[in-house]
Design a protein around this ligand. Structure first.
Ligand SMILES: Nc1ncnc2c1ncn2[C@@H]1O[C@H](COP(=O)(O)OP(=O)(O)OP(=O)(O)O)[C@@H](O)[C@H]1O
Length: 382
C-alpha cells in the first residue's frame, strides 16, 4: 500500500507542484492520477521512488516512510515505466529486461531466462529478443518497458503515461494486455495519465488533481462519473459522463426478447417468413450472430434462393448477457433493425433488446439507487 500524507512539493523557484496531497493507493490495485497538464501528477509519482523529495508531508510504502529507505534499495522494489519506454539504446531487448534482476543478484543465465518469460508475458515474440530498441515499433518498446519494470517482480509499480506515445489502436491493445497481466500479478500500481478515458479504463480508483497540485476527488470510476465532487471534476470527466457511467452498470436483469433467426444457407423463403418489421437476424452453424438481412430488398436477389454472407448488413455491436447497460444500449442504437443483439458468453445468440427497453431499465435503476443512496465518501482528505 502507498500512502501520501499531506505531501507537498514546492520547487526552489516557488512553484507549488503538489499541495497537501493525501490519499491511499490500495495494495494490489491500480490507482490512477489524472488531471490537466502541470497539475503535479509526475511530481507526485516521483515522490514515491524518491526521484523527488517532498518539501513537507510524507509518502509511505507499506507503512514505511520512503525517506527511511536508501533510494537504490527502495527502487529495487518499485518498477518504473515511463513514456517512450526509456530503454537502454545500446542493449538488446533481452538485456534491457535482464538488467534489473542481475542488479539484484540473479546470474546472467537466470536473468535472461526470466527476461524471455517476461517477453512472452507482455506479448512479444522471442524473435525480437536480440534486437536493439531502435529496431522496434513504439508499441513494442512500451511492452519491453513494462517487461523490464516487471523483471525484478516488484510489489509496486509506478507508471508515468506509459502508453501515451503510441497510436490509439496500439494504445488500446497495450491497456488491455496490461489489465490482463495485472489480473495475474496483482501489483500495487500508481498510473499517471492526462487522459480521463484511460483513467476510467485502467483505474480501480482515480485521483483527479487540479493545477496547483490539489486533490479534487479520489473515487472509483463509477463514482467519479455519477457523482463528481464539483464542477471542475464534472468538466474534466466530460459531458457524456452519464452515458459512460452505464459502462459500470451491469445489464443484469434486463429481460431479452425472443427473436426468430435463420441460418446462413437457409432459404430466402424462410427469411421472409421469419422477418419482423422487414429484418431477420442471421446466425451461423454455432448460433453466433453474423448479421441482419433486410427482407425489403430480397426481391433484388435475383436468382438466389439461399441466404449468403454477401447479402447481410454487418449488424451493430454485440452486447453480452453479463455485460453492462452501456453495451446493451449501444447494441440497440447501432443495430440496423433497432433491435440490439445480445449473446451469451460463448457467443451464441441469446435474444434482442430495444433502446427504449434499456432506457426503461436505466430509469428504474436510477429510482432504486436514489431511494437507497448513501453518501459515504471513502477518500482520505487532507
Ligand atoms: N524541477 C522543477 N522546477 C520547477 N518547477 C517544476 C519542476 N518540475 C516540475 N515543475 C512544475 O511543477 C508543476 C507540476 O509538474 P508535473 O510535471 O508534476 O505535472 P504533470 O501533471 O505531470 O504535467 P504533464 O501532464 O504536463 O506531464 C508544473 O507547473 C511544472 O512546471
Amino acid at each position: 500500500m502507498i500512502r501520501f500524507e499531506s505531501a507537498t512539493k514546492t520547487f526552489p523557484d516557488g512553484t507549488v507542484a503538489v499541495n497537501g496531497l493525501s490519499l491511499e493507493a490500495a495494495a494490489g490495485h491500480i490507482s490512477v492520477l489524472v488531471g490537466p497538464s502541470g497539475c503535479g501528477k509526475t511530481t507526485s509519482l516521483r515522490m514515491v521512488n524518491r526521484l523527488i523529495e517532498p518539501t513537507s508531508g510524507r509518502v509511505l510504502v507499506d507503512g514505511r516512510d520512503v525517506r527511511a529507505v536508501r533510494p537504490a534499495q527502495l527502487r529495487r522494489g518499485i518498477g518504473y515505466v515511463i513514456q517512450q519506454a526509456g530503454l537502454f539504446p545500446h542493449k538488446t531487448v533481452l538485456d534491457n529486461i535482464a538488467t534489473v534482476p542481475m542488479l539484484t543478484g540473479a546470474t546472467r543465465r537466470q536473468a535472461r531466462s526470466r527476461a524471455a518469460e517476461l517477453l512472452e508475458l507482455v506479448g512479444l515474440p522471442r524473435t525480437l529478443a536480440d534486437r536493439y530498441p531502435a529496431q522496434l515499433s513504439g508499441g513494442q518498446q512500451q511492452r519491453v518497458g513494462v517487461a523490464r519494470a516487471l523483471a525484478a517482480d516488484p510489489p509496486v509499480m509506478l507508471m508515468d503515461e506509459p502508453f501515451s506515445a503510441v497510436d490509439p489502436v496500439v494504445r488500446e491493445q497495450l491497456q488491455n494486455e496490461f489489465l490482463r497481466i495485472h489480473k495475474e500479478l496483482s501489483k500495487t500500481i500508481i498510473f499517471v495519465t492526462h487522459d480521463i478515458d484511460e483513467a476510467i479504463k485502467m483505474g480501480d480508483r482515480i485521483a483527479v488533481l487540479r493545477v496547483g497540485g490539489t486533490l479534487a476527488q479520489f473515487a472509483s470510476p463509477a463514482e467519479l462519473l455519477s457523482r463528481p465532487a464539483d464542477a471542475f471534476v464534472a468538466g474534466f470527466v466530460g459531458r457524456d459522463r452519464g452515458y459512460r457511467a452505464l459502462g459500470f452498470t451491469p445489464a443484469g436483469s434486463l429481460s431479452l426478447v425472443e427473436e426468430p433467426t435463420v441460418r446462413l444457407g437457409d432459404s430466402l423463403t424462410a427469411a421472409r417468413q421469419r422477418q419482423q418489421e422487414g429484418w431477420v437476424l442471421v446466425v451461423d452453424a454455432a448460433d453466433a450472430p453474423v448479421g441482419w438481412l433486410t427482407t425489403d430488398t430480397l426481391g433484388a436477389a435475383e436468382g438466389q434462393t439461399s441466404i449468403e454472407k454477401g447479402m447481410l448488413h454487418l449488424g451493430g455491436t454485440l452486447a453480452t448477457e453479463t455485460g453492462s447497460l452501456r453495451e446493451a444500449l449501444d447494441a440497440a442504437l447501432s443495430s440496423p433493425s433497432g433491435r440490439g443483439v445480445v449473446v451469451r458468453d460463448d457467443t451464441r445468440f441469446a435474444g434482442t433488446v430495444s433502446a427504449s427497453h434499456v432506457l426503461a431499465q436505466i430509469a428504474a435503476r436510477a429510482t432504486a439507487v436514489s431511494s437507497t443512496s448513501d453518501t459515504s465518501c471513502e477518500e482520505v482528505t487532507a
